[in-house]
Write a new protein. Structure first.
Length: 306
């Protein structure tokens, strides 16, 4: 009797442990910052792009310069990419798109590429297909490439809200402030208990704060210039004005309380990364880090930086 009782208790305990491991893993996501740069050509910071792996699926947010190379470096086969989401249509966020789309097709992608973004995404995909018709005809004549996987399945976001919900992964688009770029979106990715928010390009945004509350990880853009440079340069003042300064970022992080905040789209003029982090910490006591290309972050019950 006692033996039976203790056996059944042990089995229950094992089941409880297995169940909790399973639920902890269920929402687990892995982030790779593929590119943390801006329009400025840089060998260290490629164009903006973030990879999120969740539940065996790969999601790309923005497709800036060099995204295919960074995916290769991260050990992710291009053919695995199914979904790309664009925050807005500034060229630095889409200049790697043709490469990723066509090269993944050439490398035997077995499904069409889904592209979701603001109004204008449809025209972008149609024009890309037209621009690459010659390549399409060469490659479909002479190789075993499947012509059905060449067209881009483009979808435009008409209003903010849930734009993807499948296999326990929910992606929500929300409006940010990047005037005159309208609309410009940020994204929130929820998987089980875990959540990640990507700001896209934005100045201080109350709407971002609303959507980023309670997120585990906030990936946010930043822009800063040294005060002397800024004072004599109206063009630079304009550029900075539609991005987020370190001081503003600190306020956003304090209001949203992520487990960690990571900077991407790092746009700096005559100011060091260290100074940016120090300025942010004046209004934020939590964990804030400067992102770098190929930085990996595991988002589970805890955040793990690789
Ligand atoms: Zn940008
Ligand atoms: Zn932009």
């Amino acid at each position: 009797m006692t033996l039976k009782l203790s056996l059944s208790l042990s089995i229950s305990l094992v089941l409880v442990v297995l169940f909790s491991i399973d639920t902890a893993r269920a929402g687990y996501m892995e982030v790779t910052l593929l590119g943390t740069g801006t329009p400025k050509p840089s060998i260290d910071r490629f164009g903006p792009s973030t990879l999120i792996e969740a539940n065996g699926r790969y999601f790309i947010f923005d497709s800036g310069r060099g995204v295919s190379i960074r995916l290769q470096q991260a050990g992710v086969a291009l053919s695995k990419i199914e979904n790309i989401f664009l925050t807005h249509l500034h060229s630095d966020h889409i200049s790697g798109l043709s490469d990723l789309w066509l090269t993944s097709w050439i490398w035997q992608r077995q499904h069409p590429l889904q592209l979701t973004g603001p109004v204008g995404t449809l025209a972008l995909s149609q024009h890309l297909e037209l621009a690459h018709q010659a390549d399409f005809s060469y490659r479909t004549k002479n190789t075993s490439l499947n012509s059905n996987f060449f067209p881009i399945l483009a979808k435009e976001i008409v209003s903010e809200g849930i734009i993807y919900q499948h296999n326990g992964i929910k992606i929500t688009a929300f409006l940010v402030n990047h005037y005159p770029v309208e609309p410009a979106y940020g994204y929130r990715i929820d998987s089980g208990e875990q959540s990640i928010v990507i700001s896209g390009d934005t100045s201080f945004s109350e709407n971002l704060i609303k959507h980023a509350k309670g997120a585990d990880l906030l990936i946010h853009e930043v822009a800063a210039a040294n005060s002397e440079l800024l004072a004599g340069n109206p063009r630079l003042q304009k550029v900075i004005s539609y991005h987020t300064t370190p001081k503003q970022a600190g306020k956003i992080f304090t209001a949203t309380e992520p487990k960690a905040a990571v900077f991407n789209h790092v746009l700096l003029f005559g100011i060091s990364e260290r100074a940016v982090l120090e300025a942010t910490r004046e209004s934020f006591n939590g964990d804030v880090r400067m992102g770098h290309d190929l930085m990996k972050i595991g988002v589970g019950n805890e955040l793990i930086f690789y």
